[in-house]
Design a protein around this ligand. Sequence first.
Ligand SMILES: Cc1cc2nc3c(=O)[nH]c(=O)nc-3n(C[C@H](O)[C@H](O)[C@H](O)COP(=O)(O)O)c2cc1C
Ligand code: SF4
Length: 600
Amino acid sequence: MPLSSHDTVKRMVTGLLTARGHEPDLLLQHLIAIQLAYSYVPEIAVEVLSSVLGVTRSRIRACVDFYAFLHARPRGDYDVLFSDNITDRMAGSEALRQQLTKRLGVRLDQTRGDGRVTVSLTSCTGMCDQGPAMLVNGLAVTALTPKRIERIGELVEAGVPLEHWPAKFFVVEDHIHRAGDLLSNAEKMSAGLQRFLDLGPQAALGELEASVLRGRGGAGFTTALKWRICRDSPGDERFVVCNADEGEPGTFKDRVLLARYPDLVFKGMTLCAGIIGARKGYLYLRGEYRHMLPRLEWVLSRRREQGLLGWDICGQPGFDFDIEIHLGAGAYVCGEESALIESLEGKRGVVRKRPPYPVVSGFQGRPTVVNNVETFLAAARIVEWGGHWFRGEGTQQSAGSKILSVSGDVARPGIYEYPFGTPVSRVLEDCGGTGAQAVQVSGAAGVTLAPSEFSRTLSFEDLPTSGSFMVLGPDRDLMDMTRNFARFFAHESCGFCTPCRVGNRLLEALVEKVAAGKASAYDLEEMRQIGNLMRQASYCGLGTTAANHVRDILDKFPDTFQRRLRPGSDFTPAFDLDAALAAARAITGRNDAGAHLEEA
Ligand SMILES: Cc1cc2nc3c(=O)[nH]c(=O)nc-3n(C[C@H](O)[C@H](O)[C@H](O)COP(=O)(O)O)c2cc1C
Ligand code: SF4
């Protein structure tokens, strides 16, 4: 894409501001549109945005720096990002990445001299059931094979616009293999909303209370209580936010729910609005799912036409509510609810100090409910069919069912819905993953299970989960997984607090030291200590869970690290003095054996 003149960029940004709005909250959305148009955010765009939105240039630049999908310098005409989750790697993504960079004559992270292409890695893109996957100019390309990579190389060299690439490259499958109560019943468009109007807000909240629905994003907070606190918090304006950031490695069920059941999710948000008294809602959709935006916008406008959104919903005077979609731009921490709200307000996604919690002071300082996609979907079913129906399955503390994203070494990766209380072994049988060496439940932040634990159950009592279920077969080296997770967390830490910012970097370095065969038993103990400190002292869930995988490998799969330790050494320095001096010694010819640490 040629560098554009100042005047062209100015015109484009001015048009954008006129079309979408001048509120500072829209800053991130404007930056995403500018990035898409020019492959970076030119300085002149920063100037125009700053003067029109009244936001300082340094804040805008900080935003560009923070989000992985925004750039201050041009990327190639084709901006290729290989999904770098462990499941992509297990499916051969690294070899495909090398094939493409070789074919195009470009180095990783460097834009080719003619500006045609840049190839980089990105965190999990949520296509684990159909990987290896990549994003090209923000659009998902799935099911990569050497043949497909070769064709992509040809298309890039020939400068073929993405709209003329084979449509099958961009197909994203739903892969629903097991539908339970939530997913198997057809939806009647206005039924839930009509029942809500018949019951009234108080009784509808009562149904939710009777259901004992707990949030499906991972933490499991009681949904009815969250809605009640928000409704009762002082303020004349309230907001509903649907968290579709879905950045946890191995999770993709929210993508499928939004693709297959968008009406149920929007209905759940509308019911929430009716109960808490909100008139505005946001769907925060992760940037990796930009391919879904046109259809979701279409569903919203259809719902407006049907009287299911907008003014006087279902003909009820005063029941007004509408939903806007905001895109994310590649930051895992933006799934954390307070960072998500910062991002919705157009800022860097840095975690807020709490209290106050979002239910009291959230978006624009107003009471705000933030719930996961699956939570809103379940709430819609509950208001329609009743809280007792929902309690009909599950366990004492975990009512209903859980939707899982199953990937890795299994015959049938995809979406599976199970009643809470289902053992891990049952899921493995159904998806064709028996004989697994390990299962990673609830993503990189979750828990690594050994075969002796496969009788444990998916439930808040035993194994709480955001839905990610990654299976590692008997031939996998768990070192690859732990290296991948350590890199991921070091990259994704928002930097707000020291235990997480520094701890994740230290853990990453130590894991790499073990992988390189340079570590001693001392380093393993160091990893454990750092992990404990991060767990106790980090400010949010990212830091408190980031060392889980290291702890689990140390405790349950000790051989993964032990067999790589440098034999016979109690301590090995992280800094390799001999390696650093090698070139100087060669040049000067002063290389006596006694000066080497190894021999000393
Ligand atoms: C680092 C981090 C990432 C998170 N990512 C998500 C996410 O992608 N989706 C989500 O629903 N919740 C995520 N959460 C949890 C949210 O903070 C919040 O608890 C959730 O959206 C509340 O919805 P629920 O009650 O319906 O689960 C994340 C939390 C942390 C600490
Ligand atoms: S724990 Fe990590 S992600 Fe969370 S606030 Fe601290 S630095 Fe940010």
